[in-house]
Structures are given as structure tokens and as C-alpha cells.
Write a protein that binds this ligand. Sequence first.
Ligand code: FAD
Length: 278
Amino acid sequence: MNTQKTFSFELFPPKTEKGFDNMRRTVAALNAKNPAFFSCTYGAGGSTQNNTFATVDWLREQDIDTAPHLTCIGNTIDETIAILARYRDQGIHRIVALRGDRPSGTGIGGGDLSYANELVTLIRSEFADHFHIEIAAYPEMHPQARDFLTDIENFCNKARAGADSAITQYFFNVDAYAHFVDQCHQRGVTLPIVPGIMPITNFSNLARFSDACGAEIPRWIRKRLEGFGDDSASIRAFGADVVTELCQKLLDAGSPGLHFYTMNQAGPTLEIWDRLGL
Ligand code: FAD
């Protein structure tokens, strides 16, 4: 593996025993690539808390470097500190610190912290330098942001609160990433911003996710994917070409690593990984 750059894999916490078995197999296959860490998502307001804990516990039992995601929305400061203390006591040294979104209809209240920069400040004040803090970045703008430059300023303030590195929302436009990084550099914010990579396996799911999170699928990619209809083999083959080329361009342009949204499937990520010759 290339030791200059950070390569990592993201998991979501399975809800069923079958899902857990699948995740174990996925981790075994991906861990053979010696990634820097596996991260595990967390449902805002604690909606997946027990499943996230079960996944994190299992990863730690395997002695795998683990980065739990932690959202602050809907939680009290005491609850947040208790979760962080649990992770610290498990020998975890990396956290993906997020605001999260209020799931509609859950009745989750505001909680003590409103934005991720406040969570970063809290982690630094309570745990000093114990955790490497990852934050989220949006090269194509966070969907709720007032405007692009305000979003950049908010991101830079979050970084200055004490973050060590960032992982981006997925995107398919290298220029958007380069522009975002450049805007941060112009503001003196130089932490590593690692591109989040979404393998393409299914057009309708990708279109739905992308609409929700504000990631743009370029028209030519959308049209090609639409044209394949239900031909999932062609979607995967075309998707692997597009995403491998994206990754190669990003690495050539100096991106400090790649973070794969695996969706708990090893195959699509491994195909890109192997084609990149990592
Ligand atoms: P913030 O950085 O707080 O930003 C949220 C919005 O508020 C932005 O529009 C920003 O411009 C604005 N803002 C920021 N600070 C201020 C301020 N001080 N005043 C006014 N406005 C401000 N969600 C989950 O629920 N669970 C997960 O595990 C999860 N993992 C993720 C991993 C990655 C790598 C990414 C990119 C996203 C993830 N998300 C996850 C989604 C994320 O929680 C949502 O995108 C959420 O809406 C924003 O979280 P944030 O941490 O980026 O928020």
C-alpha cells in the first residue's frame, strides 16, 4: 500500500444478523488491503447507536483501527462525552465528528450542540489530543448552506476548531474538489481533505442519495446510466470505469488519499482499488 496517502473504508451498522455476517465478510476482504482505518456511520440522535456500538465493538475485537462517526444533533453534552469516553476506553483514537440531520418524524429535539464545529471544540476541550478528529467537507456545497462562500467559511471555522483532517461528500467532478481545496488554502486552512468515493452499482439508489446530499451526477454519466435500464452488469462495468478514472485523476492531482463509501459491499470497492494498482 502507498504509505504517503490515507486510504479508508466506510461501513454502516447492520441491523440484522444476516447483515452483520455480510459486513464481517466485507471487512475481511477489505482489511487485506491494509487500510488506515474503517469508519462506521451513526444515526443522528442515536437512532443506530446500539448497532454502531456493536459494529465498533466487533471491529475493535479484530484489532482493526476504527473511526466511529459521531453526530451531535439531538444529544446533550453529557451524552456526547459519555460516548466519547466509551470509545477512548476501547482504544479508539479517531472520530468522524458531525452535526447530523434531524430524521423527520423522530421527535429528536435540538440537543446542546447545533453545529459540528461545536462538537470539535467539545472533543478538544474534554479529550485534549487523544482523538484524531475527522470532519465532513462538501466540495459541491452542503445542501442546506446559505451560499457557497458562507459554507466554505463555516468549514474553515470547523477546521480551525481543532480538526486534523476532513473527508468529503462524494462527487464526480474533480474541478469542484480542486476549487474547494484551493478556497480553503486561500483562507490558511491546509488540513488534508480526503475525497469520499462512491462506487456506482445502482442508478436509482445513486440518484436518490445524490438528490438528498447535494452531490451532482454529471449529465453524461446520468444519461449513460439511465440508458442501461435494468442491465446491472453494464451499470457496474461503466461505473467502475468512471470512478476508477475519477480516483486516478484525484491521486494524480495530489489528493491526500481516498475514503470509500463501501455500502458494506467489498466487490465494487475492490475492483476500483485493484484497477488503481494501490
Ligand atoms: P456542519 O459542519 O455543522 O454544517 C451543517 C450546515 O450548517 C452547513 O450548511 C454549514 O454551512 C452550516 N453551518 C456550520 N456551522 C455553522 C454555524 N456556526 N452557524 C451557522 N451555520 C453553520 N450523517 C449522519 O447522520 N451519520 C453519519 O454517520 C454521517 N456520516 C457522514 C460522513 C461524511 C464523510 C459526510 C460528508 C457526511 C456524513 N453525514 C452523516 C451527513 C451529515 O451529518 C450531514 O451532511 C449534515 O447535514 C451536516 O453535518 P456536518 O457535520 O457537515 O455539519
